[in-house]
Design a protein around this ligand. Sequence first.
Ligand code: AMP
Length: 219
Amino acid sequence: MKLIIIGPQGSGKGTYAQRISPIFNIPQISAGDLIREEIKSGSKLGKQIEPIVKQGKLIPDEIVTDLVKKRIKKSDAKKGFILDGYPRTLKQAELLNKITKIDAVINLIVPEKIILERISTRLTCENCNTIYNIKTLKPKVDGICDKCGGKLIQREDDKPEAIKRRLKIFETETKPVIDYYRNQNLVIDIEIKENEGDIPPEKIVERIIEKLKKIQKFK
Ligand code: AMP
């Protein structure tokens, strides 16, 4: 099953994708993680894109598409994958359409109030990228990743100025992507209400799975 999960920063897409992945035995492919790994590797490409990411801007469509294309060719993605953070522009959606066909798009609708609260309390493992939240999703030991023992940090682009820029980018660049998939009848809307800011991720994942199971194509 080939899935996309779309939502603004802080909508929980990474957190939910990490939980949906083992249920269907498909890898979570996060464009942001692929990009951060490229930067960490110190490659020429990594050096070129680092300043763009630090400012909270989008890297060029062709570059991110190349990274995703290479990743979905790996053997663990043969049965499918859940793409998180890609495509983020209409151009990327069109480029992806040439590479593979998508079965469903999970569209997370989350009030801005919840988003701002979540991002300001979000921590990410600098080693394995697992996401935590100091209020709703605490690690067992403060500042340390449960999975790999890595250090938990606040990402540079989770700082207030970058967040505002990224939310604006979502409105202008990513909304057309949702329309593109809606026209193809692929969108599953998952709405989180104002009073559900602290809802455990597992509850939302249940809602997503329930809707996915209703899809005929679901295998
Ligand atoms: P994320 O981890 O999804 O919040 O992404 C972190 C940063 O990586 C973004 O702010 C962008 O700079 C870059 N990025 C991630 N996904 C994409 C994409 N699909 N297209 C362009 N840039 C991206």
